[in-house]
Design a protein around this ligand. Structure first.
Ligand SMILES: Cc1cc2nc3c(=O)[nH]c(=O)nc-3n(C[C@H](O)[C@H](O)[C@H](O)COP(=O)(O)OP(=O)(O)OC[C@H]3O[C@@H](n4cnc5c(N)ncnc54)[C@H](O)[C@@H]3O)c2cc1C
Length: 456
């Protein structure tokens, strides 16, 4: 049987290699560390967690918890190793970072079908391949990927605007309209949050006083970093009117409540096809998350807004997945080339392991005469893969697990626990899908909670 090459021994690459090997496919896994370091990793171990040791909420009715349940059911190596190295963290899953990475490394090294090679890959192999080189893909390979996809389809940093759940915007204050009524939808493509002069002044003061994240040295030195995209607080520091003449300019908009042009406007643009998520246009920011929530909730109409993603800016190499990839994680122009992990525009340790899992399974299916799978969009992993391959290619930005990317639930009378309903629907869909497609799925494991597992 042909060998599968996996490039990158992070969360996605180790999971991909493991899944393919478990399906009987020989794998050659390349990891460039420790010989070739990255600016953020410190150890020679595979699956090193470069920052927080938390893998996020483990409550099954929260979006990150649902994703974990799905991956446990699908036999994830990363979640198994996390369970064995868990440390107490309330309702979250956190691990002893060293023990976790060492355990993943041991499991990979001991697998009879995996050959681990510590070498930087600087060209894409011809045969079946999974690229999982992460946000800090080595410059040589990034050049090769840019050559394959076109430079415009490879990004080097994230300048992410916050995203809110549409149903939490107060539409008694905000209004739908496109500038000069030039939108595609009759009622207007944008949701506009209007400000009076006093509200604008108060908002600017709060923005200027808020705490920002300190950039890493390598990010400050990266020539790609601020190119063409300035954080909103940096713009505000240029002058009191900079925002009102920039991303908050009100031209072409009339507030239906006053019949007047507002002094300033924050525009929200639809972020997913089903219209449950909206991003704040031009609001990429480095504010710390608690300050971000506090300051953004000063925007009229957003006082109760729920943020599914906060704004941020950091070094991040990722491809334009909507233009280049299929929801199977195959490259559109080469069926035996898969991408997985942060490089496809998924955020979060577990989401990255999840895309690795799917890429590994799909690569193995391709090599063993089966067809690659598209997971049901009602599952969190399926929704993530769907989102990154169907978002608007022109403004593509990475996404993490959240309920806003799932198909909406049917309307029901009374107040319901949506999280539980989403989770039940997802796990039922995954179980059925696995049965239909001969995919390994262990329902008992899906429901196993990591917190009840003793740490070793
Ligand atoms: C500074 C920083 C802080 C972060 N903090 C968090 C956080 O707190 N929480 C969170 O969820 N996410 C965080 N992330 C994102 C995090 O990197 C991802 O969630 C996750 O590690 C991505 O998994 P991955 O497998 O795609 O990439 P990685 O885990 O980075 O793995 C990619 C691997 O590929 C290797 N590699 C790169 N190029 C080559 C090559 N040419 N040949 C061979 N090997 C190569 C690298 O050495 C690396 O081991 C952070 C990222 C950065 C850069």
């Amino acid at each position: 049987m042909k060998e599968l090459t996996v490039i990158g021994g992070g969360l996605a690459g180790t999971e991909a290699a493991w899944q393919a090997a478990e399906l009987g496919v020989p794998v050659r896994l390349y990891e460039m560390r420790p010989g070739t370091p990255t600016p953020a990793h410190d150890t020679p171990w595979l699956a090193e967690l470069v920052c927080s040791n938390s893998l996020g909420s483990d409550l099954p009715h929260k979006a990150p918890g649902l994703l974990k349940a799905e991956l446990r059911g699908l036999g994830s190596l990363i979640l198994d190793c996390a369970a064995q190295t868990a440390v107490p963290a309330g309702s979250s899953l956190a691990v002893d970072r060293e023990a976790f990475a060492q355990l993943v490394t041991e499991r990979i090294a001991a697998h009879p079908l995996i050959t681990l090679v510590h070498e930087e890959v600087t060209a894409l192999p011809d045969g079946p391949t999974v690229v999982a080189t992460g946000p800090l893909t080595s410059p040589a390979l990034a050049e090769v990927i840019a050559g394959l996809s076109g430079r415009d389809y490879l990004y080097f940093y994230d300048a992410v605007s916050p995203i809110v759940q549409a149903e939490t915007v107060d539409m008694a204050i905000a209004f739908r309209q496109s500038r000069y009524d030039r939108g595609e939808q009759e009622e207007g493509d944008y949701i506009n949050c209007p400000m009076t002069r006093e509200e604008y002044e108060a908002f600017t003061d709060a923005l200027l006083a808020a705490e920002t994240i300190v950039l890493k040295q390598f990010e400050r030195e990266d020539p790609h970093f601020f190119e063409g995209c300035m954080p909103v607080e940096a713009l505000a520091r240029r002058g009191r009117e900079a925002l009102a003449f920039g991303p908050m300019r009100p031209v072409g908009l009339i507030d239906p409540r006053t019949g007047q042009r507002p002094y300033a406007v924050v525009q929200l643009r639809q972020d997913n096809l089903i219209g449950t998520l909206y991003n704040l246009v031009g609001f990429q920011t480095n504010l710390k998350w608690p300050d971000q929530k506090r300051v953004l909730r000063l925007i009229p109409g957003l006082a109760q807004a729920e943020f599914v993603r906060y704004g941020m800016m950091h070094r991040n190499t990722y491809v334009n997945a909507p233009a280049l990839l299929q929801p199977t994680l195959q490259y559109r122009n080469r069926a035996d080339l898969f991408f997985a992990g942060q490089i496809v525009g998924v955020e979060g340790y577990v989401g990255n392991a999840g895309t690795g899992l799917l890429a590994g399974v799909n690569a193995a299916r391709l090599l063993t005469g089966g067809h690659p799978l598209i997971l049901p969009p009602a599952t969190m992993l399926g929704a993530l893969c769907h989102y990154v391959t169907h978002a608007a290619a022109k403004e593509f930005q990475p996404m993490k697990a959240n309920f806003g990317i799932l198909p909406p639930l049917p309307p029901r009378p009374g107040k319901q626990d949506n999280g539980r309903l989403y989770a039940d629907r997802a796990l039922t869909a995954l179980r059925r899908f696995a049965r239909e497609h001969g995919l390994r799925y262990d329902q008992d494991n899906a429901h196993a909670k990591t917190q009840s597992t003793p740490s070793s």
